[in-house]
Each structure stands twice: as structure tokens, then as C-alpha cells.
Design a protein around this ligand. Structure first.
Ligand SMILES: NC(=O)c1ccc[n+]([C@@H]2O[C@H](COP(=O)([O-])OP(=O)(O)OC[C@H]3O[C@@H](n4cnc5c(N)ncnc54)[C@H](OP(=O)(O)O)[C@@H]3O)[C@@H](O)[C@H]2O)c1
Length: 330
């Protein structure tokens, strides 16, 4: 099969379209003919050599796919050849075929095309897991999302608006993305390049702070995040774009009964991911089906244009998701 491979670790130029062995589905897996996949920031980090695939997973890039079931493992009962599916994969998405655990595979609603479906599994699941299952965001509560124009955080805004319509959604963004984030329905948009977000959150919430913060900046934002976090609030850290090591005032955290949780989706055990996905199917997929949530496809590249797509992501020139179309039928 054709797949995007790495000459070695490095910049976008190391990506090339080459030949790889078509994967075989295990007994509880399905083989998917991939119609589309999408680019996630962790792909960039993996390409640079800092985020290896978990043991047993393909080392080809790509964490989510949309396509058609080509073959099913002998213990798979719920899927049949020809089903239109979207799946969370531990790797291997940038290819003509990928294997996924049957429980990590969801039916694509008839109202969605493959490009949109390729944007669901990594980003929406990440936002859903961390804001709702870990952060337990309640309707009406203030929530702070960083970098509102990115894949995970456009999904996060959609989910907050759909699942907790009265939540007060506060979003940081760079100047060029303020208008877009406002258009998604954020209640307060803070320009992180010119404003102090902790002060703005405090002002907007009458000094209470945000009940839930979804953060991927890490060290550079830890102190301000703790300042912006409400008493009893939860800060969920899903990335370290701004560094991995920082100081934390434990006494203050204790007195304010705050939780700081680190969270990754990719390396969770198979059954845990299946449980998250089944809850997601119940609570979120109906919104995708009736198009009250529509994934934001910024631009579609061909699979052999993965290098250009990675350059766009590294420049942060996208708003929403960058799709890689693998088959013409997409
Ligand atoms: N733990 C997990 O399970 C998991 C899963 C998926 C992704 N992630 C992490 O989630 C993060 C987002 O991934 P993605 O695929 O959505 O990437 P993305 O589309 O590139 O989004 C990244 C966003 O970060 C924003 N940003 C950069 N510097 C910022 C700052 N100082 N303050 C606020 N926002 C800033 C960018 O906004 P501007 O363009 O406006 O600067 C951009 O919108 C990454 O760190 C990724 O590793 C974690």
C-alpha cells in the first residue's frame, strides 16, 4: 500500500509517499480502506522524533481515519465489510489501509462525508474526555480553553456549546484567530498575545475563576492557569507546547482544593479507550448526525501533500483541521 513515511526524524521535508506492507487485522480488529485522515499536532511531534508510537502500534503517522471496512477479525461481530466507519488508531492513519480495534471504530452518520469524519476521533474525543469525563464540566459553569483556533479546541468549543449550552466558554487565541473563535460562539475571547488571560478570566467570572481549564501549553501557563482556576476546579494538561517543567504552589492548590490532571488518549489501554468511545457515541455522535456539530475542515490536502500540510500546521496558519484525502472517493 501507499503510505506517508519518514526518511528520518526532522522537519516536514522528511515526509515522503512510499510503499509499506498492508497491515493485517488482529482477531478483535478491522482493516479499514482509508478515505481520509487528518493532521494532529502530535503527528508533528512524532515526526520530530519526540513522540514514539506506543508498543504494538504502527509507527506510520496518523491517529484518526475515516473509510470503509475492508476485512474483519474473526472475533469481530459488530462490523461488516463495506461499513462506513471512523476510527481512533494508535498510529498508521497516513496510509491507504489502517487497522483499528473494533471498539475504537464508530459508524459514520449518513449526513457526514469522509473528510468531516476524519476530524472526529482524535480531536473531539480528546476534548470530550478531558472536559467532560475528567473535568466534569457542569452546565452554566465557566470553562477556559487555550488556542481556540486549533483542532482540539475548535472541537472543544463545539462540544461545550452542544453538551452544556449554558456554560460560559472562555477562549484564548492569537490576534489573527480572534474573529474566527468569536464566530464559533465563545462567550469571551482573550488575545493571548496582548492580554493577561488570568486577569481577564477573573474579571469575566466575578473573581471566581474557571471550573475547568483545558491546557496544552504546560509550563509557560501553569502559574497563570492556577490563578485562573476556581476553588475546587480542575486543570487538565494535555500538551506541553510551552515546556514541561514548572513550579507549583502546592499550599495554594491545597487550600483551593484544585486538581491538576495530566491526560493522554493514545497510550490508554484498549478497553479504556473503548469505554470513552462508547460514551462519546451516546452523547456526541447524535450531534454530529443532526449537524448541530460540524467538524471544521480548514483545508484538504492529498496524501502525497503531507509535507505541505505539516508546514501549514507548524506555521499555525490553519483554523480547525487539516485533512489528508487518501482516496478519490473521499
Ligand atoms: N493528551 C492528548 O491526548 C492529546 C491529544 C491530541 C492533542 N493533544 C495536544 O493538544 C494540543 C493541540 O493539538 P491540535 O492537534 O489541536 O494542534 P493545533 O491544531 O496546531 O492547535 C494548536 C493551537 O495552539 C495554539 N497556541 C499556540 N501557542 C499558544 C499560546 N501560547 N497560548 C494559547 N494558544 C496557543 C495555536 O493558536 P494560534 O495559532 O492562535 O497561536 C493553535 O490554535 C497539542 O499540544 C497536542 O499535542 C493532546
Amino acid at each position: 500500500m501507499k503510505a506517508v513515511l519518514l526518511q528520518n526524524f526532522g522537519g516536514p521535508e522528511v515526509l515522503y509517499l512510499g510503499d509499506a506492507e498492508t497491515p493485517r487485522p488482529g482477531s478483535e480488529q478491522v482493516l479499514i480502506r482509508v478515505m481520509a485522515t487528518s493532521v494532529n499536532r502530535p503527528d508533528v511531534v512524532q515526526r520530530q522524533g519526540h513522540y514514539p508510537a506506543p508498543p504494538g502500534e504502527s509507527d506510520i503517522l496518523g491517529l484518526e481515519v475515516a473509510g470503509v471496512v475492508e476485512e474483519v477479525g474473526e472475533r469481530v461481530g459488530e462490523w461488516q465489510v463495506g461499513d462506513r466507519v471512523m476510527a481512533l488508531v494508535g498510529g498508521g492513519g497516513y496510509a491507504e489501509f489502517a487497522v483499528a480495534h473494533a471498539g475504537h471504530t464508530m459508524r459514520i452518520p449518513e449526513t457526514m462525508d469522509f473528510h468531516e469524519a476524519a476530524c472526529v476521533c482524535e480531536t473531539y474525543l480528546t476534548a470530550f474526555l478531558n472536559i467532560f469525563l475528567i473535568g466534569s464540566l457542569e452546565d452554566g459553569a465557566p470553562v477556559l480553553l487555550h488556542g481556540g483556533g486549533g483542532g482540539v479546541n475548535t472541537a472543544a468549543i463545539h462540544l461545550c456549546k452542544a453538551l452544556t449550552p449554558a456554560a460560559r466558554v472562555i477562549v484564548t487565541a492569537s490576534s489573527k484567530k480572534i474573529a474566527g473563535v468569536t464566530g464559533l460562539g465563545a462567550d469571551l475571547v482573550i488575545d493571548y498575545t496582548t492580554q493577561d488571560f488570568a486577569d481577564e478570566v477573573k474579571r469575566f467570572t466575578d473573581k471566581q475563576g474557571a471550573d475547568v481549564i483545558l491546557d496544552h501549553i504546560g509550563a509557560a501557563y501553569l502559574a497563570s492557569n492556577m490563578k485562573a482556576l476556581a476553588v475546587g476546579g480542575t486543570l487538565v494538561i494535555i500538551g506541553v507546547m510551552g515546556g514541561a517543567k514548572a513550579e507549583l504552589n502546592l499550599a495554594l492548590m491545597m487550600v483551593k482544593r484544585q486538581r491538576v490532571v495530566g491526560s493522554v488518549l493514545r497510550s490508554r489501554p484498549v478497553q479504556e479507550k473503548a469505554a470513552i468511545i462508547s460514551e462519546f457515541e451516546r452523547r456526541v455522535v447524535p450531534h454530529l448526525a443532526d449537524r448541530s456539530i460540524v467538524p471544521l475542515v480548514d483545508r484538504v490536502y492529498r496524501l502525497d501533500e503531507a509535507e505541505a500540510a505539516h508546514r501549514t500546521m507548524e506555521k499555525s496558519a490553519h483554523f480547525g483541521k487539516l485533512v489528508l484525502a487518501v482516496a478519490d472517493a473521499a
